[in-house]
Design a protein around this ligand. Structure first.
Ligand code: AMP
Ligand code: ZN
Ligand code: FE
Ligand code: FE
Length: 284
């Protein structure tokens, strides 16, 4: 197998398996390459890269940064940055701090809605690591308040819903800059969540390419074949690298399977080489 999964989460953010476990699962899934892309956090990257060396799979440094975007959800993927870059770590630490301030407020809102929940319960299922909304969703499911993740987000946790609390995010351009300054390459995750019509998406991508965007996530479990073909054409037209991944979260997201990047499969190993060649550390 020559396939790679460039989008996965571990217990460092809101995945349910440790970085080491995700690497072992990637080997068992027959993948040749993996990127751990925890939300706003690169704390698992070095451990995963070391585990990859031991287990014979190429693990590349990754991160998924939530950026400000009124119209929808904007997640920026970064690859091949220097995980020891202190300024990058500090900028991400600021996001982790914003998240830590937000999370107890979500618990309070849920309590005000009459739900018997404590923030300590949420922290307990997240382990010692960063809490995210999927952890709240799991508690709501285990208490029988909602039947699945979707209902948890639709009724309580999604943008604008009853227990939603906003948090600080960098502008997309700021996320680009911090990834590039640490030697990385910038990729747009799951483009459909921007919620833009085609003409606006095209115009935005052109603007972002000027600022360093080098790839878009074409292969993704929520994309239909039509969407994959559509984003492939956009990528070809604009000269963007076609990346992809499973967005694996273990038990913290329904139906996410490591190595399952949707109906056209995962990208091949040469996509990692394209990303490496496009990273700021290579292009100077
Ligand atoms: P957070 O980073 O804590 O704000 O949580 C964001 C994460 O929640 C995303 O990366 C997804 O894993 C999950 N999420 C967001 N919206 C939904 C949804 N509608 N259904 C299921 N999971 C979602
Ligand atoms: Zn997540
Ligand atoms: Fe995402
Ligand atoms: Fe993700």
């Amino acid at each position: 197998m020559n396939r790679v999964d460039l989008h996965s989460h571990s217990t460092v953010s809101d995945g349910s398996y440790t970085p080491g476990e995700v690497v072992s699962m990637a080997v068992r899934a027959g993948l040749a390459g993996l990127a751990l892309t925890d939300h706003d956090n690169i704390g698992g990257v070095t451990i995963a890269m070391q585990a990859g060396k031991r287990e014979g799979i190429l693990v590349v440094p990754g991160v998924e940064i939530s950026a400000e975007f009124d119209r929808g959800t904007c997640h920026i993927l970064g690859y091949f940055f220097d995980p020891s870059d202190k300024i990058f770590q500090e900028k991400l630490a600021y996001l982790q701090h914003a998240r830590a301030e937000r999370n107890p407020k979500i618990a309070k809102k849920l309590q005000k809605l009459g739900i018997d929940i404590t923030y300590e319960e949420v922290q307990a299922i997240a382990g010692a690591e960063q809490v995210g909304r999927p952890h709240f969703a799991r508690i709501l499911m285990s208490k029988g308040i909602v039947k699945d993740f979707n209902e948890a987000f639709e009724r309580f946790l999604g943008k604008g819903k009853a227990a939603y609390v906003d948090k600080f995010r960098y502008q997309p351009e700021e996320a680009f800059e911090m990834i590039q300054a640490s030697g990385g390459v910038v990729v747009l995750a799951h483009p459909y969540t921007l919620n833009l019509p085609d003409d606006e998406l095209n115009a935005l991508l052109k603007k972002w390419i000027e600022l360093g965007l080098r790839g878009i996530e074409v292969f993704y479990p929520d994309h239909t074949e039509e969407m994959i073909d559509h984003y492939s054409r956009i990528a070809d037209t604009l000269g963007l690298i076609k990346t992809g991944g499973s967005d694996f979260h273990g038990n913290n997201k329904e139906g996410s399977i490591l190595g399952d990047c949707g109906p056209r499969g995962c990208p091949s190993m040469d996509v990692i080489e394209q990303l490496r060649q496009s990273s700021a550390s290579k292009s100077g």
